[in-house]
Design a binder for this molecule. Structure first.
Ligand SMILES: [Zn+2]
Ligand SMILES: [Zn+2]
Length: 345
């Protein structure tokens, strides 16, 4: 058996359950590639998984779905030229046969699973994935940045450019703008020359939001921001809302819209039901749409936006893999702004 270093957890619990250990190194099947992992992002989903808060999960597995690395071995059906390629891994292992996969929406495949959900994740020296999941990254992009392409940046691209199809000149309102998604969304929105209005409940995020490129920042501790949006848009309202909060903001978001606006729901903070005024939807022709994982196209766009400098990924800390429990603790206690990325042993 060839072994490798990895971080696993024997039981659900506090961040300290994550332990560096030695496990069997996976080997590439005929259609797979073996990837030496150079950087792995820590997602809030990992924090919930480790704590046992994701239904159906089991402990004793390798977490992590935000992976960048280098192909070091290829299966017999994979062109040998791919060896040495710098790649990110498309996080969803999909069937390739269902109607969603065949229409290019592998993110909607219901026969798939997400890397790391049932093991084989990014908190390790190596992982195996189908060759089709390994997406080549542009020259000059750092591994720590590339690791964020599939999840935080890709998710922002999906919502802003995929679902909302933001166009130059449109006005976009971003709620919970100071969070990990919001800071990337502002930059994605600015990359197509739209106007970004950021809403935050805390005064001390204003500078950061301006640096991210927000044209306007509304500080609204009581989350009654629609009047201010109305004032700052000369009573026109916004064309797009990227809703990262929803629970205590949705009504105000709907009231902030222009005619024919689209409100994209990404966040579910508080996981509470919200009220909708159907009259308002009808009068303003408001569309409400959910958004989730990136598509392949979104990941490629995320990589390109980062390589060109249009999107600067927010990395709060880079830690060696064995210190991942510190990263989880920082995220739980909200002492870090931006992603924690693992790199090096
Ligand atoms: Zn993630
Ligand atoms: Zn499928």
């Amino acid at each position: 058996m060839t072994s490798m270093k990895a971080v696993t957890f024997a039981a659900f619990g506090a961040p300290e359950v994550l332990k560096a250990t030695t496990v069997e190194r996976p080997s590439a099947g005929p259609d797979d590639v073996l990837i030496a992992i150079r950087a792995a992002g820590v997602c809030y989903h990992d924090v919930l998984s480790r704590a046992g808060k994701i239904p159906g999960g089991k402990p004793d597995r390798i977490l992590g779905h935000e992976i960048a690395g280098e192909i070091v071995e290829v299966g017999s059906n994979v062109p040998v030229e791919r060896k040495g390629e710098r790649v990110v891994i498309y996080q969803r292992l999909y069937c390739g046969l269902c109607r969603y996969c065949l229409s290019g929406r592998q993110d909607l495949c219901r026969n798939g699973r997400v890397l790391g959900e049932s093991g084989g994740g990014g908190y390790a020296e190596f992982t195996c994935a189908p060759a089709r999941n390994a997406i080549a990254m542009p020259e000059g992009l750092a591994m720590t940045a590339a690791a964020l392409a599939v999840c935080p940046v890709g998710t922002s691209v999906r919502a802003a450019l995929g679902v909302a199809q933001v166009e130059p000149g449109q006005t976009v309102l971003i709620t919970g703008a100071g969070g990990g998604l919001g800071l990337h969304q502002i930059q994605v929105v600015k990359s197509v020359s739209a106007y970004a209005i950021a809403v935050t409940s805390s005064e001390n995020k204003v500078d950061m939001l301006r640096q991210a490129g927000a044209d306007e920042v509304i500080v609204s501790p009581d989350l009654k921001f629609s009047g201010e949006v109305w004032r700052r848009t000369a009573k026109q309202g916004v064309d797009v809302v990227l809703e990262n909060v929803v629970s205590d903001t949705f009504g105000e978001s709907l009231r902030s819209t222009a005619q024919n606006a689209i409100v994209v729901v990404l966040g579910n903070i508080g996981a509470k039901r919200v009220e909708v005024d159907p009259g308002l939807l009808i009068v303003r022709r408001i569309r409400i749409a959910g958004s989730g994982n990136a598509t392949y196209k979104d990941v490629r766009m995320a990589l390109h936006l980062m390589a060109s400098g249009a999107v600067k990924p927010y990395i709060g800390a880079v830690l060696p893999f064995p210190r991942v429990s510190e990263g989880h603790a920082m995220m739980e206690q909200r002492t870090v702004v931006g992603r924690v990325v693992l790199s090096g042993w």
